[in-house]
Design a protein around this ligand. Structure first.
Ligand SMILES: [Zn+2]
Length: 285
């Protein structure tokens, strides 16, 4: 069985990529505007099936000094194949009580699935919960999901997860405006488009940098084809601009890169390649 946790370091900061599980999506949801022949060629070149995209959910634990920061909480409740985060944290020797901050990059079900425990209390009882103010306001008012390619079932799923999982955090949530250093060395960076307040995360220590693109790039093939879109981006044009900016930054800085839905652990680097980029997955050793 493939490993569910991958430790790596960024300077003096210890990180652990943690799998919450996987789920399969129709290929046209992940690549909604890709020309069919080009898409199928690309899928074949990557030895991938033509009809579905198996999509991992990868949370990130960041141990920075006395802080233990969790980036996203997985997709508990979405499918029988998800919701493994707490078990994996336990196997890592980390209890929910030890988590000092939880960064919610955005309020999609696969990122806020694990925010509450069975009693609908915060699952990480001693943690600050951090999210963009724009994101919180969008999902806790009456979110307008028209103009996206999502079907009604998916739209209702997104709205119901936000409606169930966000209000119990109201007393606890810390809302961010713009870029913010959440704890020393861990920065939340606005990366809008996928959702209005979508955040990327930068971990920085001793000249080393991790750029976590989260859902700005959903699949490694998007690195080669940054113009290919998906049905989940709420503002496709803004998402496309953000995608290019982050890929550009990752290549220019020669940063370590993480992406939430890339094949586990989702860790690698981005290099320039003509008008696009190339994804180089980190070696598994
Ligand atoms: Zn996601």
């Amino acid at each position: 069985m493939a490993s569910s946790r991958k430790s790596f370091s960024i300077g003096d900061i210890q990180c652990v990529a943690i799998s919450d599980g996987t789920f399969s999506y129709p290929v046209e949801w992940i690549f909604s505007n890709a020309p069919k022949e080009q898409l199928e060629d690309s899928l074949r070149n990557h030895d991938l099936p033509l009809n579905q995209v198996v999509t991992p959910y990868t949370c990130l634990l960041v141990k920075a000094g006395k802080q233990k920061v969790l980036i996203d909480t997985g997709a508990d409740g979405l499918a029988p194949t998800t919701g493994d985060l707490l078990t994996q944290l336990q196997a890592e020797g980390v209890t929910p009580e030890e988590i000092t901050a939880v960064v919610l990059t955005h309020a999609h079900p696969d990122h806020i699935g694990g925010v509450l425990d069975a009693n609908r209390h915060p699952a990480f009882p001693n943690a600050r919960y951090v999210m963009s103010r724009t994101e919180w306001n969008f999902w806790t008012s009456d979110p307008n999901l028209s103009g996206t390619g999502m079907n009604d079932h998916v739209k209702e799923l997104l709205i119901s997860f936000a409606r169930n999982n966000l209000p119990p955090l109201e007393e606890r949530i810390e809302l961010l405006d713009g870029e913010k250093e959440v704890v020393p060395g861990v920065f939340a960076i606005p990366a809008p488009g996928h959702t209005p307040g979508h955040l990327a995360v930068v971990v920085s220590s001793s000249q080393a940098q991790l750029l976590h693109m989260v859902d700005s790039v959903l699949h490694p093939m998007n690195v080669e084809h940054p113009a290919w879109r998906n049905v989940f981006d709420l503002n496709e044009d803004t998402a496309a601009t953000t995608r290019r900016q982050l890929l550009d930054r990752a290549a220019a800085d020669n940063a370590s890169v993480l992406a939430y839905h890339f094949p586990f652990p989702g860790l690698g680097r981005v290099t320039n390649h003509g008008n696009a980029w190339r994804w180089e997955a980190a070696s598994q050793s």
